[in-house]
Design a protein around this ligand. Structure first.
Ligand code: G6Q
Length: 538
């Protein structure tokens, strides 16, 4: 990695980028849209409404080259232990490798046969639930599926379950319990009947406090409702890498679906963590989703950087973060089925690249992972878009949409898409004071009704949200995040930042419940503990 060259390339990109506005760039080149559009795995990315021209993109690509990106991509795909602080390979791409002759070695062992074995086991199990062959303890078919997991073992399944609703078996009802707030579990249990409920305990480690507490409470509820411990085997399955912990919990390991330490939590949706999704949409659709992931993987691994969709998104993100100082970026899906996609991306991006030391352990001198946020359009338009259009902060946005809806009702979809396209137009081109005056805006209101424009957006468009295009979309962002981590020279696949709070929570918990609490905390924390104990009469 040549750091000097990398940052010099960004400076070069910034000089070229600041020369003209997006409006000027469009005015001087009628063929601009086509020049800055790429296609991959069913998605079109139009990135022409950015502060870029050919020379900016060339300089940004130099950044990627100076970061040895090509070599780093190969290291990931071939199972090198690039998650250095945990001494692990990073192989979520092996989970969806659809090449029939695929071979991916970890410590000299090909992992593909195991991946396919688990997929087949998941397929058999989901089929039996879907067909009503898997019976509960009292002989009833399963109607309710409750996935208990948190973080990477929850956000992906929830988001995908909503995204692929049109492909789901509608007579099965899905619930996702993650929070250790008892309300979350209680509300799900209110809706389901024990005889017809399957609990999936999804936890890589099977030791996570929230998940295990919820799972134990759900088990106690089931035993109470069905009157026997023997019921657990028919109503609980596990998704985990920890067979010992699973069997200690009381789940037969033959009802455990495994995965491996080289699958990071936030990258685990296409592993057995997707079991609830497979039950919803069936093996065939699940395989189509994997194929979509794989198409994007192949594109990422082989396309030249200039035409590489994840690389382009990543480089543009770096231009705005490190060049223009943007603190955040917004993801705006114009598809209700993608309503949880921004929340899912928050973990993927912010847990991966929210780091402040580089790969040598030195504090970085530049901004790393941005804040990611967003809501589905058009709701956001009536809420926070004001700030994006006329506020003082630069917020680059990704607009995501689909040409065909699964639910045509009168002209609603035309209206949705009209808003979708119009927003990127308004953000890029704005409205000048003279244009306002020409429209007859009174002089005293001109300043308020002027839109500066020059606000960058990417537009991602596909024909329809299908399992395949959905898989490709998730892979697109996974790889974007990877590329940025490489350029920032940070480790994207660990998450040490979540540890401290977990450890402290144990100490606080013992003070909340102890007869004589130690109260060895700071004065604020001690005060909060005392107030809580008093309120509940402890
Ligand atoms: C994700 C993180 C984290 C993890 C949860 C759940 O990358 O590692 O969000 O997924 O803490 O962990 P378990 O699956 O082990 O319960």
């Amino acid at each position: 990695m040549n750091n000097d060259m990398k940052w010099a390339a960004l400076d070069e990109a910034m000089v070229a980028s600041s020369r003209k506005t997006i409006k000027e760039l469009f005015a001087e080149d009628p063929g601009r849209a086509e020049k800055f559009t790429v296609e991959a795995a069913g998605w079109m990315l139009d990135y022409s409404k950015n502060r870029i021209d050919k020379s900016v993109m060339k300089a940004l690509v130099k950044m990627a080259e100076a970061s040895d990106l090509k070599e780093e991509i190969e290291k990931m795909f071939t199972g090198a232990k690039i998650n250095v602080t945990e001494n692990r390979a990073v192989l979520h791409t092996a989970l969806r490798n659809c090449d029939k002759d695929a071979k991916v070695l970890v410590d000299g062992k090909d992992v593909i046969p195991e991946v396919r074995k688990v997929l087949d086991a998941m397929g058999e199990f989901s089929d039996s639930v879907r067909k009503g062959q898997w019976k509960g303890y009292t002989g009833k078919k399963i109607k309710y599926i409750v996935n208990i997991g948190i973080g990477g073992s929850d956000l992906g399944p929830v988001m995908a379950n909503i995204a692929l609703t049109p492909y789901a078996k509608r007579n099965l009802k899905f619930y996702f319990v993650s929070n250790v707030d008892s309300t979350h579990l209680a509300e799900a249990l209110r809706e389901v009947k024990a005889q017809e409920t399957l609990f999936i305990v999804a936890s890589k480690t099977f030791t996570t406090q929230e998940t295990m507490s919820n799972a134990e409470a759900a088990r106690a509820w089931l035993i109470e409702k069905l009157g026997s411990k023997d019921a657990v085997a028919k109503h609980f399955v596990a998704v985990s890498t920890a067979a010992d912990e699973v069997s200690a919990f009381g789940i037969d390991v033959k009802n455990m679906f495994g995965f491996w330490d080289w699958v990071g939590g936030r990258y685990s949706l296409p592993s057995a963590i997707g079991l609830s999704l497979m039950i919803a949409i069936g093996r065939k659709n699940y395989d189509k989703m994997l194929k979509g992931y794989w198409k994007m993987d192949k594109h990422f691994r082989t396309a030249k950087f200039e035409k590489n969709m994840p690389v382009i998104l990543a480089l543009l993100g770096i231009l705005y973060s490190n060049g223009y100082g943007a603190e955040s970026y917004c993801v705006l899906p114009y598809d209700q089925y993608l309503s949880r996609f921004p929340a899912y991306l928050q973990q993927m991006d912010m847990e991966s690249n929210g780091k402040s030391v580089d790969r040598d352990g030195n504090e970085v001198e530049y901004a790393t992972g941005p804040i990611e946020w967003g809501e589905p359009g058009t709701n956001g338009q009536h809420a926070f878009y004001q700030l994006i259009h006329q506020g003082t902060r630069l917020i680059p946005c990704d607009f995501i949409g689909c040409s065909k809806t699964h639910n045509p009702i009168s002209d609603l979809h035309d209206k949705l898409m009209a808003n979708f396209f119009a927003q990127t137009e308004a953000l890029a081109f704005g409205k000048t004071a003279d244009e306002c005056r020409a429209e007859g805006v009174p002089e005293e209101l001109v300043a308020f009704k002027t839109f500066e424009g020059n606000r960058p957006t990417n537009t991602l468009l596909t024909d329809q949200l299908t399992p395949e295009t959905f898989g490709a979309l998730v892979a697109l962002y996974e790889h974007k995040v990877f590329v940025q981590g490489i350029i920032w020279n940070i480790y994207s696949f660990d998450q040490w930042g979540v540890q401290l709070g977990k450890v402290l929570a144990k100490g606080v918990l013992s003070d909340l419940v102890a007869e004589k609490p130690s109260m060895k905390h700071d004065s604020s924390t001690n005060q909060l503990i005392a107030r809580y104990r008093k309120a509940i009469g402890r």
